[in-house]
Design a protein around this ligand. Structure first.
Ligand SMILES: Nc1ncnc2c1ncn2[C@@H]1O[C@H](COP(=O)(O)OP(=O)(O)OP(=O)(O)O)[C@@H](O)[C@H]1O
Length: 348
């Protein structure tokens, strides 16, 4: 029997497809009562991980458990975990209600549950309509309704916001947060941080199959250093003066601006004054989550299409300087291309 905790545990999970290392030694835990975001760019290994969790792909190494058991040992898994993976298909002529009744019968729940879940996902008025005529957003809702049939303790959703309009995304956010508040567990993947930023408390950020960060989203936000962006009359002269003052975390930005990390505006202003460099503008910039996400995952592709400003701007993942407690960073595998921004690193 499973332990009923609703906890999801991924431990040392690894999957290779021939030469492709899709998931590498991945470990994280999703606690009940929380919504956890599973984030990474296309091809990062999100779907493969979820498929291993749901017993659809056999791991090369490691394991994943729900309620302390691998998926196949859950007995009636539909009553424990509800899942929506990509590319859901529905019988086009079958009504939404009948679609749900077929699945309800398969997991041994009564017919009336179909109407309950249709109400839960806001599709009650479309119960008699064929799923073939549903919009993308309605299909997502029907897939979620299917996952909810067994009143599961755990929800696993792969890119559920795809195809939802802003109102649908807001609805999904409210729904998932309410579901978690009732003591249940939600794991939701996305390749867009902005899409789920307001929904999740915890995140696992994946790049090339590896966890780049695992922990509270808030800690990720707070751990970022702010930087001083300055527009000097003579950038090179200011760089030399800053370096003499041992401020070496300097990045070039467009239009002759410099970004200095680890300094206060007062320090930068005083150094510029002493070096007799005129300053035309200065501001303190706080790192936004999108930039952090980009920094953590920018090694996914070769970066050949990034423009040079982006390469310079995003060159220094600041976690290398100041890792927050509890976060993991591993070396990228050898066969992957160089990270964008390498070669610019190390300051001046
Ligand atoms: N059945 C398979 N055979 C071969 N390679 C696969 C298979 N499934 C996935 N891969 C590869 O594994 C890597 C991870 O893919 P995966 O679909 O898990 O990523 P993802 O993060 O879900 O991406 P996306 O956001 O694009 O769906 C990719 O390089 C992909 O091409």
């Amino acid at each position: 029997m499973h332990d009923g905790s609703g906890r999801v545990v991924v431990q040392g999970l690894t999957k290779t497809f021939g030469q492709v290392l899709a998931v590498q030694n991945l470990s994280f835990t999703v606690e009940p009562g929380t919504v956890t975001g599973f984030l990474g760019p296309n091809g990062a290994g999100k779907t493969t991980t979820l498929r291993m969790l749901l017993g659809l792909v056999t791991p090369t190494a490691g394991y994943a458990t729900i309620n302390g058991q691998p998926f196949h040992s859950l007995g009636n898994p539909g009553r424990v975990v509800g899942a929506v993976l990509e590319a859901q298909s529905f019988h086009p002529k079958r009504s939404a209600r009948n679609h749900l009744r077929v699945y309800a019968a398969a997991i041994g729940v009564p017919d009336q549950r179909a109407d309950e879940v249709l109400r839960l996902v806001g599709l009650a008025d479309a119960a008699e309509r064929g799923a073939g005529g549903f919009s993308m957003g309605m299909r997502q809702r029907l897939a979620l309704a299917t996952a909810l049939l067994g009143d599961p303790q755990v929800l696993v959703l792969d890119e559920p916001a795809n195809g939802l309009d802003p109102e649908g995304i807001l609805w999904l956010r409210t729904f998932l947060q309410g579901f978690a508040r009732s003591g249940r567990t939600v794991l939701v993947s996305s390749h867009l941080l902005a899409e789920i930023e307001q929904t999740v408390e915890q995140v696992v950020i994946l790049s090339r199959g590896q966890a780049m960060y695992y922990g509270p989203l808030d800690r990720l936000r707070k751990s970022q250093q702010s930087r001083v962006v300055v527009r000097p009359a003579d950038p090179q002269k200011l760089i030399t003066a800053l370096q003499e003052a041992e401020l070496t975390a300097i990045e070039h930005l467009p239009e002759g601006r410099l970004a200095v990390t680890g300094a206060t505006p007062e320090q930068v202003g005083d150094i510029a004054l002493q070096a007799q460099v005129a300053i035309y503008g200065m501001l303190t910039e706080h790192a936004d989550l999108e930039r952090i996400f980009f920094q953590l995952t920018s090694g996914q592709f070769s970066g050949a299409n990034l423009d040079p400003y982006q390469q310079q701007q995003y060159q220094q993942p600041q976690y290398q300087q100041q890792p927050p407690p509890g976060w993991q960073q591993q070396q990228p595998p050898q066969q992957h291309p160089q990270q964008p921004g390498q070669g610019f690193g190390g300051g001046y």
